[in-house]
Design a binder for this molecule. Structure first.
Ligand SMILES: [Zn+2]
Length: 271
């Protein structure tokens, strides 16, 4: 920028001020001198082309900073690099509910306001984790902070830093917990999971859960801690059935109505 200034061609215009020969706008302005009364003070002014170059550089710098931040957030979000490429753009069309996941992202502001989470449920290998990762990537691209974790990882937090860990999870705009099982492990592990889910509930921020279990199986557990976990998740999240038979899909659609949220074909509205 300074070199440009040195090379810049200028001229004195009729008003006595220095002008840029390229854009014909002033390169200086005259102010009353701050110390010596009655004297004038010439101050450098960015001419139009200088100002435009400055704005361009600023916008480029901000864009670069944003992209770096997005990249950092993506590294935090996923534990496997492969998942960086699990996007809507890379979807092969084999998962029909992808449109609903897209609608979820398109209506993100509404989703946030109404604290709508999702339970992506269905058999193993139906693409639930892919869908969740595609939602994560789309929101990361917009600059939001998302964290995707396995349930086993959450349940294995050490007693030493459990509180801190649980607290840190509530700072994310979206939390995704992958592969919720219905079997209980140790009481301590179950308590960790409950704390994470409960903290999410208290923070009022959305949660997405994937599971191989049916909604009825989640509802029907007998273990008390597990029941508290699942009840909380079911209260926060709308079930979406991923893949499989039409009979089960009908059942899942009934669940949408129960929760007062309807995902239309490719659309999304609240009752
Ligand atoms: Zn100029």
């Amino acid at each position: 920028m300074e070199n440009q200034n040195l090379k810049k061609e200028t001229y004195i215009a009729e008003d006595g001020l220095l002008y840029c020969a390229k854009c014909h706008t002033p390169c200086e302005k005259v102010l009353p001198h701050p110390l010596e009364k009655g004297k004038l003070w010439r101050v450098h002014l960015m001419c139009r082309c200088e100002r435009e170059a400055y704005e361009r550089e600023k916008a480029e710098r901000e864009k670069q900073e944003f992209e770096e931040r997005v990249q950092r957030n993506r590294m935090i979000c996923f534990h496997e690099k492969e998942m960086y490429g699990w996007t809507f753009a890379n979807d092969d069309g084999s998962v029909p509910v992808m449109e609903k996941a897209r609608a979820y992202v398109e209506h993100w502001e509404d989703v946030r306001k109404k604290k709508i989470g999702l339970i992506l449920w269905g058999e193993v290998g139906t693409g639930k984790t892919f869908i969740a990762a595609a939602v994560a990537n789309a929101l990361l691209d917009q600059g939001f902070r998302v964290l995707m974790k396995d349930f086993t990882e959450i349940s294995n937090i050490s007693a030493f830093d459990a509180d801190e860990y649980v607290r840190s999870l509530s700072s994310y705009d979206l939390l995704i917990l992958d592969d919720l099982g219905a079997e209980r492990t140790s009481e301590f592990a179950m308590q960790n999971v409950f704390n994470v889910v409960n903290r999410r509930w208290e923070s009022g921020k959305p949660l997405i859960v994937t599971t191989n279990k049916t909604v009825d199986e989640l509802k029907g557990v007998e273990d008390l801690t597990l029941k508290r976990i699942n009840d909380r998740i079911l209260a926060m999240c709308t079930p979406i059935y991923v893949g499989g038979s039409s009979k089960r899909r009908v059942k899942a659609d009934e669940n949408f109505k129960n929760l007062g949220v309807i995902f239309g074909k490719g659309g999304f509205k609240h009752e």
